[in-house]
Design a protein around this ligand. Structure first.
Ligand code: FES
Ligand SMILES: [Fe+2]
Length: 336
């Protein structure tokens, strides 16, 4: 299995998943991690595995900003250092749990599994649209598929014409669209679809007159390892996008490996039950079974060893895969 890229920010959770003083456990990059919010509002992230007899520290309890193991009472701070022993004398200096830098930004908690000296929160991809009060509800689900299979899914939205016909009511307009792929200096890769004077999608027809045509755009932005944002725009045809049918919508699609063959998916939707049901239908009923079927078909085989057929429409997805391969080989070269 391919190694995970280390020197990059990954999203661990939405900040509001960690309630109050809770000890929050989640498997990330193949290992269980423990996250908690400290009294000053910053976060700590250490291995959810006591270095003494390996039980999850999340079975223990908070003591101020530290966590105490439920088995023999050792206490650990947010750096993973053992700072408390129930016996007289100093806590054992040779005992510690691995820790990672973790910061809150754009409503998410981001961790850095690489060299802590290189962790610079300014490098977290720009999801500042999440900071605005847009009346959105954040969601999380897990998918039994490698995270790059989910990048393939999101960076190639032509699948919507087949997989999301029921939910989105798309109608073939992407086949009349123009695809452009762009690589920005900050490492962002864009896979953009721009459709001119096409039949409007079913969901927008109530806002239009019969026979109206629209310009529609679907712009997907990717940052390593798999942090994506999709902008969807819809305007009356022939207005150079000046006459918007509704303001462009932008949503996060942020993927973090749970293991090599399963992934966390962080998304959002409008804060109402109908939108929650729509998101469930799209992600759980439609995308998830397809990604999981691809993972089952691939099994332990490497993606490239399986010799995937590459289509022109895969251009953005393949660029993202190549960018990750370059990051991986650069890290392997430094390690060697
Ligand atoms: S297992 Fe945690 S203190 Fe012994
Ligand atoms: Fe999809």
């Amino acid at each position: 299995m391919t190694a995970f890229v280390r020197n990059v920010w990954y999203m661990a959770a939405w900040a509001d998943e960690i309630a109050g003083e809770a000890l929050f456990s989640r498997t990330l990059l193949g290992k269980p991690w423990l996250i908690w919010r400290k009294a000053d509002g910053t976060y700590a992230m250490i291995a959810d595995r006591c270095p003494h007899r390996f039980v999850p520290l999340s079975m223990g309890k908070r003591v101020g900003d530290t966590v105490q193991c439920r088995y023999h009472g050792l206490g650990f701070d947010g750096t993973g250092a053992c700072v408390h022993s129930p016996f007289p004398g100093d806590p054992p200096a040779h005992v510690s749990a691995p820790a990672m830098p973790i910061v809150e930004k754009h409503r998410g908690l981001w961790f850095w599994p690489g060299d802590p000296a290189l962790a610079n929160s300014a490098k977290i991809p720009d999801f500042s649209f999440l900071d605005e009060d847009r009346g959105m509800r954040c969601g999380h689900l897990t998918i039994e598929g490698n995270y790059e299979l989910i990048t393939d899914n999101l960076m190639d939205l032509t699948h919507a014409e087949f997989l999301h016909v029921e939910s989105f009511g798309v109608n073939g307009s992407i086949f009349h669209g123009e695809q452009t792929v762009r690589h920005d200096e900050d490492g962002a890769i864009w896979n953009n679809w721009d459709m001119t004077a096409v039949e409007p999608p079913e969901w927008s027809k109530a806002m239009l007159q019969p026979g109206d045509k629209v310009d529609q755009w679907l712009h997907m932005r990717w940052h390593a390892p798999a942090a994506m944002a999709l902008t969807v725009g819809l305007a009356r045809a022939g207005t150079q996008r000046a006459s918007l049918i509704l303001p462009p919508m932008i949503n996060p699609h942020i993927i973090t490996p749970e293991t090599a063959t399963s992934s966390h998916y962080f998304y959002d939707h409008e804060d109402n039950d109908a939108a929650a049901e729509m998101a469930r239908q799209v992600f759980v009923d439609e995308d998830e079974p397809m990604i999981e079927a691809a993972q089952r078909a691939l099994g332990a085989q490497d993606f490239w060893d399986a010799r995937p057929a590459i289509l022109k429409t895969d251009a953005g997805a393949i660029r993202a895969r190549r960018a990750l391969m370059q990051l991986r080989s650069a890290e392997a070269a430094v390690a060697a």
